[in-house]
Ligand binder design. Structure first.
Ligand code: 6CS
Length: 363
């Protein structure tokens, strides 16, 4: 699978994957060309190419993020550093992509924590419903500033060769279904598609659903055939992936945010010269505002399109505060499950994050 992917990417499977695994010596790190270029900052950069894999396709939030990142790095290094963004699809499932980053087959990846659920236990924290505030702006502020996430959770990922450089939202997640999910009893026996995370499973079992893990590449067909009854995703993704064609309703539930991480292979990153690490870090930080506006634009434009789509009509249901409260009541005990069954540090990261959230929301 990996060599197929690398062939598709035009990569050199032997040199590239061997190099960036354990030794920390990659083609890219050494520079694949001879000459150095002086970038906009006056720094010298070796000519090199980095591969940046995403879980989404052309035009979607993660992919445009990688494109913009590539553009900025190229400009700052006067073309010495090229980043090749890759759409989802070349490397099997999302969990295969996680392995590709860990093996050093790619240097950078946008990754959804849900797909590392069976490996980085603490990363499942994002599967807890009603933890982050309803406001997407406040959620992003917490993702930017949280020590629990940017220091403690980061360290947990690094134990597995993955360094998250930033966490960012792709928007609030909404539920799609045929019958219209409005109250917990609507989830009774409901076959809910989830990512590969035991905590996502627990979160939906708490509502009475019967969750099933699936890659998103299989989701359209699974919804169409009734293998699963519904799924959760930000509105832009529901519309762009055409799930609305095979689902009659979308519930604006505001039960959670879709969080993505900008990640790098830990050995590769640690082996980079300091000024190159700084270049990556600064660009990642600048991109936080950019991607926030991009997801906001896509989510609001696609919501309008979905409402106006007469060919594939979709009923958009907004939960009332009372309805949300019913779900919240069932979701809160799942935090204990996280602390007791998932966390390897007795829920310390969660407890710290809860305090950080309170500090931002004032609640
Ligand atoms: O539902 C999923 O699995 C996909 N959703 C988004 C928003 N991005 C990629 C991910 O694989």
């Amino acid at each position: 699978m990996l060599s197929l992917f690398l062939a598709a990417c035009g990569g050199n499977s032997e040199g590239d994957s061997e190099g960036s695994g354990d030794s920390g010596e990659t083609d890219t790190e050494q520079g694949s060309g001879d000459s150095g270029e002086e970038g906009a900052s006056g720094q010298e950069y070796e000519e090199q190419t980095w591969r940046f894999i995403t879980e989404e396709t052309e035009g979607q939030v993660q992919y445009v993020y990688a494109q913009e990142f590539a553009k900025r790095i190229s400009e700052k290094t006067d073309g010495a550093i090229t980043i090749e963004p890759y759409e989802y699809g070349g490397l099997g499932s999302e969990t295969d992509q996680v392995a590709a980053l860990q093996d050093g087959a790619v240097e950078m990846a946008v990754m959804s924590p849900g797909f590392t659920g069976n490996m980085v236990k603490e990363g499942q924290i994002f599967a807890l419903h009603f933890l982050f505030p309803e406001s997407v702006e406040q959620t992003q502020e917490i993702l930017n500033t949280s020590e629990a996430l940017n220091t403690d959770l980061k360290a947990k990922y690094e134990e597995h060769g993955i360094t998250p450089l930033a966490f960012w939202t792709e928007g609030a997640t909404a539920w799609s279904s045929n019958d219209g999910l409005q109250e917990p009893s609507d989830f009774d026996g409901f076959k809910m598609r989830i990512q590969e995370s035991p905590l996502m499973q627990e979160s939906y079992k708490a509502y009475g659903a019967s969750p099933q893990a699936l890659s998103w590449s299989e989701l359209y067909t699974a919804l169409d055939r009734g293998t699963v009854d519904g799924q959760e995703n930000p509105v832009f993704f529901i519309y762009d992936a055409s799930f609305h064609e095979v689902q009659d309703t979308v519930t604006i539930s505001n039960h959670n945010n879709y969080v993505a991480m900008t990640t790098v292979n830990t050995d590769w990153y640690n082996g980079l010269p300091e000024h190159v690490q700084k270049l990556i870090d600064e660009t990642t930080q600048e991109m936080q505002d950019w991607i926030f506006k991009e997801q906001e634009r896509q989510n609001s434009e696609y919501l309008e399109e979905m409402k106006n789509d007469t060919e594939n009509p979709t009923e958009v249901i907004e939960l009332t505060e009372e309805q949300r409260a019913e779900f919240k009541e069932l979701a809160l005990p799942v935090r204990d499950y996280y602390r007791e069954e998932i966390s390897t540090v007795n829920g310390e990261i969660l407890d710290k994050l809860v305090e950080e959230i309170k500090a931002v929301t004032g609640e």
